[in-house]
Design a protein around this ligand. Structure first.
Ligand SMILES: Nc1ncnc2c1ncn2[C@@H]1O[C@H](COP(=O)(O)OP(=O)(O)OP(=O)(O)O)[C@@H](O)[C@H]1O
Ligand SMILES: [Mg+2]
Length: 248
């Protein structure tokens, strides 16, 4: 059984084997119970993990494209904001941005235009998109994303937003394709690694984990997207603390 999300967050069930998408759908009171519960579990586990870190900024990354980074980062940001914490969601996937699409926001001002010095942060900030949640979209597509993300302006921006918000969630490009995620993650609490059931491969995950360890980037945990639970017939999310011994 697949789960199809409608634009209002309601859910339809179908026996079609064709994969359905969650385009434009965000966590809300009308979202299915199992999805809301799954994000609460991810949130709780993440909050426990962040309790021991100085930084409260989390990079949501995956090894390869299309594994659910943007969907998870958007919904995780909403779930965190629902606790009353002040949350910033920042689209750092400057190659294939999608936060603007999920929240139907303009892209003319965003991270790239702030990092180029064209706009001030306040001009690019979309405030209270849902209660307690602010968003910075990726901005206009730039020819040099890695340089922008590795710039001093980016470090300064990350320092500023980490002071201003309780939590900062960063959507990024895939770890195994470009170095952007690792560049950004080095200045945060670490990476929440997304894998997609039936799609992510063990060797790809291993490569992503090795890249994190080589760069001394903390892996905060792992989310299995579209996991099929044994106890229910729903596709959902599962969070696990990464067992570092298991990969040896
Ligand atoms: N649990 C899920 N159930 C159904 N569809 C999903 C689920 N998670 C993600 N999707 C869909 O899969 C597609 C890819 O998801 P998403 O854009 O979040 O992945 P991504 O890792 O950010 O991709 P990219 O690497 O291209 O940035 C989207 O169409 C999204 O709506
Ligand atoms: Mg994405």
């Amino acid at each position: 059984m697949n789960v199809k999300w409608s634009e209002k967050g309601a859910v339809d069930f179908t026996t079609s084997k064709k994969r359905k998408t969650m385009d434009g759908i965000l966590l809300s009171e009308s979202a299915p119970f199992h999805v809301r519960e799954a994000f609460k579990t991810i949130r709780t586990n993440l909050l426990f993990t962040l309790a021991t870190t100085d930084s409260k900024a989390v990079v949501v990354a995956s090894a390869m494209p299309n594994e659910g980074k943007s969907t998870t980062s958007a919904n995780l940001a909403v779930a965190l904001a629902q606790t009353g914490a002040q949350v910033l969601l920042m689209d750092c996937d400057l190659r294939k941005p999608s936060v603007h699409r999920l929240f139907k926001l303009p892209m003319d001002k965003g991270l790239t235009s702030v990092l180029c010095g064209i706009d001030k942060i306040e001009e690019a900030l979309h405030e209270n998109i849902t209660p307690n949640l602010d968003i910075i979209t990726a901005g206009p597509i730039s020819p040099n994303p890695s340089e922008l993300l590795g710039s001093t302006r980016m470090s300064d921006l990350l320092t500023i937003v980490q002071k201003a918000y309780d939590y900062v969630i960063l959507d990024v490009s895939p770890v195994n394709i470009v170095s952007d995620a690792i560049i950004v993650a080095k200045q945060t609490a670490g990476i929440l690694l997304i894998a997609r059931q039936g799609q992510s491969r063990h060797d790809q995950l291993r490569k992503a984990i090795d890249s994190c360890e080589f760069a001394e980037v903390n892996i905060l945990g792992m989310v299995i997207n579209e996991s099929k639970s044994a106890s229910t017939s729903y596709y959902g999310y599962e969070y696990s603390k990464l067992d570092r011994e298991a990969k040896k």
